[in-house]
Design a protein around this ligand. Structure first.
Ligand code: COA
Length: 164
């Protein structure tokens, strides 16, 4: 039976759910999970969330049939002075994505990613970047959607998709 979900634009009230997704992204590996409060208060993770939703933030939220959020993807522009893990340059927003564990491997992540790319294109951006830790199968999804590794760091890869 096909799995049913729908997408809607992210809104200012989604901040708490997006924080859940940052926690999922930080705890993607099988090891002991870091506590939520520790991740959200860590500036390297918290800067993807602070002050959500800023005028330049764009996001997509996936909802189940009860309209409960099950996943989200968004992009945020971070400055050179406080860069994200996937910072590549001024004017290139960085993508963050997460799907609730029980909803994974049902096509939600790909649908979110494709919709966010479509929106970033419509907004006129020429590139979208992200950072993924080596070993995270999310990289397979990113490659299949046209992201390429532009920098290999310490256990992490920075990937970029050209939008035009
Ligand atoms: C990465 C993530 C967002 C993908 O969302 P998803 O809904 O599971 O992804 P999809 O079902 O759309 O699958 C997309 C592709 O991911 C890969 N994939 C998904 N589940 C997988 C699994 N269990 N093992 C290996 N590859 C898998 C496959 O390449 C798949 O493509 P295919 O279905 O054509 O084979 C989600 O798994 C997640 O939230 N992970 C934890 C948070 C995280 O790591 N975020 C990214 C940080 S960089």
């Amino acid at each position: 039976m096909p799995v049913r979900f729908r997408l809607r634009p992210a809104v200012p009230g989604d901040g708490t759910f997006l924080a859940d997704m940052v926690v999922e992204a930080a705890n993607w590996h099988a090891g002991a999970p870091r506590p939520r409060h520790e991740i959200v208060s860590d500036p390297h993770h918290g800067r993807y969330l602070a002050g959500w939703q800023r005028p330049s933030d764009t996001g997509v939220v996936a909802l189940d049939s009860q309209d409960s959020p099950i996943g989200a993807a968004w992009h945020r522009m971070l400055p050179r002075t406080e860069p994200g893990f996937g910072y590549v340059g001024t004017g290139v927003p960085e993508l963050i994505i997460g799907v609730r564990p029980i909803w994974r491997a049902h096509g939600v992540g790909r649908a979110l990613l494709q919709e966010l790319v479509r929106q970033a294109q419509a907004e006129g951006f020429t590139r979208l970047s992200l950072s993924v830790q080596r070993g995270n199968y999310a990289a397979v999804l990113y490659r299949s959607e046209g992201f390429v590794v532009v920098e290999a760091g310490n256990g992490r890869d920075t990937m970029v998709k050209r939008l035009r």
